[in-house]
Design a protein around this ligand. Structure first.
Ligand SMILES: C[S@@+](CC[C@H](N)C(=O)[O-])C[C@H]1O[C@@H](n2cnc3c(N)ncnc32)[C@H](O)[C@@H]1O
Length: 322
C-alpha cells in the first residue's frame, strides 16, 4: 500500500469504529486537509484563540537563549517538528538559527500533506539556504523513524500544545516513545497550555464567529467527500465544555435533529438521535506539577520552562532522565 492508501485505510477504519461506538467519537487529527488547515489558520488569528500569540511571545522572547542551548555541537543538529502546521512560530526560531549561520536541518512532520507542501515551499522562499526535509506522517507512526536520526544531536519540538489532544495515558505513551529515540544530549521542546480562568479557555474553543464550528464540521465534510457519505453537515452544531477540575476541554458535534447517515464507501448506515454527540477532540490544560508528573512517568526530566507575558502558556525543555 502507498502512504496515501494506508492513511485512507486508517481513516476509514477509524470512522467505522467511532460512528459504530456508543457514545460516538471521531478524532480531530482527521480535520486537517486543505480546508481544515486553512480553518485552523483562521482560528489562530481569532482574538479568543490566545494560544498562538502566547507561544509566539515565548519564542520571540527566548529565541536567542534557545539558539545557544541548541547549538552546542560542532557537527550541528537536526531540528524535528511534530505537527508543524504552517510553522508560524517555528519561523521565528528558524530565522534566528539561519541569521546566525547555525548548522542544522529542519524536518517538519505533519499528518496533513497540504501543510507539509505549503510549509516547505514557503520556507524555501524565506530561507533559500535552509535544508528542509518535510514528511507526511502521524506522530505514533513516525516515532520509530526518528531513532535513525542519531548521527548528530537532535532537538524535537512540538508546539501549539498539540500534546493536549492526548489523554494522560496516551501522552505518557507518546512522551515515552519520544524518550526512547532520544540520546542523552538531545532536547525535547514542547508547548503545554496552562490552566487559567475557565472562561478564557472556554471562549478559545467556542469563538463568536463560528470558525471553530466550521473547523469541527470539516470532519463530516471530509467523510462526505472521501467516503461517499451524506451527512447534512449544517444539522450538526459545535459544542465545547471545559472542566476546570480535570483541566480538560472537550469538543463535540451535536445532532440537532434525528437523522440517518449512509457512508457509501463503508456500506454503513448510522442513526443519530436528537442531541446525540460525536466527541471530536480534547484540549488538555496543565500546570507545572502535571507536566513534571508526565515527564517523570515517561523517563524525561524538565530542564527549564519558558512562559509568556500573560502567563497563559509554557514551553518546557526536557531531556532524558539521567
Ligand atoms: C493545533 S495544530 C498546531 C500546529 C502548530 N504546531 C502550531 O503550533 O501552530 C495541530 C497540527 O498537528 C497536526 N496533527 C494533528 N494530529 C496529528 C498526528 N496524530 N500526527 C501528526 N500530525 C498531527 C495537524 O495537521 C496540525 O497541523
Amino acid at each position: 500500500m502507498t502512504k496515501k492508501e494506508l492513511f485512507q485505510y486508517d481513516f476509514e477504519q477509524h470512522v467505522r469504529e467511532g460512528l459504530s461506538a456508543y457514545p460516538k467519537f471521531l478524532s480531530s487529527k482527521y480535520i486537517y486537509d486543505d480546508k481544515g488547515d486553512k480553518l485552523f489558520q483562521q482560528i489562530m488569528a481569532l482574538p479568543e484563540y490566545y494560544l498562538t500569540n502566547s507561544e509566539y511571545n515565548i519564542i520571540d522572547k527566548f529565541k536567542t537563549e534557545l539558539r545557544k542551548e541548541f547549538e552546542t555541537s560542532t557537527t550541528g543538529f537536526d531540528l524535528i517538528e511534530l505537527g508543524a502546521g504552517d510553522g508560524k512560530k517555528t519561523k521565528l526560531l528558524l530565522r534566528e538559527l539561519c541569521e546566525n549561520q547555525i548548522n542544522f536541518t529542519y524536518k517538519p512532520i505533519d499528518i496533513s500533506q497540504n501543510s507539509i507542501d505549503e510549509l516547505s515551499a514557503n520556507l524555501l522562499d524565506l530561507f533559500p539556504d535552509l535544508d528542509v526535509q518535510g514528511e507526511q506522517g502521524m506522530y505514533f507512526k513516525v516515532l520509530g523513524e526518528l531513532a535513525h536520526y542519531n548521527k548528530r544531536p537532535k532537538v524535537i519540538i512540538v508546539l501549539g500544545s498539540n500534546i493536549g489532544n492526548l489523554q494522560h495515558p496516551e501522552a505518557i505513551d507518546f512522551l515515552t516513545k519520544l524518550k526512547d529515540v532520544m540520546a542523552p544530549n538531545d532536547y525535547l521542546f514542547m508547548g503545554f497550555d496552562q490552566k487559567k480562568d475557565p472562561l478564557t479557555i472556554q471562549n478559545a474553543y467556542a469563538d463568536s464567529q463560528g470558525v471553530t464550528q466550521e473547523f469541527n464540521r470539516n470532519l463530516l465534510h471530509r467523510i462526505n467527500k472521501e467516503m461517499d457519505a451524506d451527512f447534512s453537515v449544517d444539522k450538526f452544531e459545535h459544542w465545547e465544555a471545559y472542566d476546570p477540575e480535570t483541566g480538560t476541554a472537550k469538543s463535540y458535534l451535536l445532532a440537532t435533529e434525528i437523522c440517518e447517515v449512509h457512508i457509501g464507501k463503508l456500506d454503513l448506515s448510522v442513526g443519530f438521535k436528537k442531541w446525540e454527540t460525536i466527541h471530536t477532540e480534547i484540549s488538555q490544560k496543565y500546570d507545572d506539577d502535571i507536566v513534571e508528573w508526565l515527564a517523570h512517568k515517561s523517563g524525561l526530566q524538565v530542564k527549564k520552562h519558558y512562559e509568556d507575558d500573560a502567563k497563559y502558556f509554557k514551553d518546557y525543555l526536557m531531556q532524558v532522565k539521567a
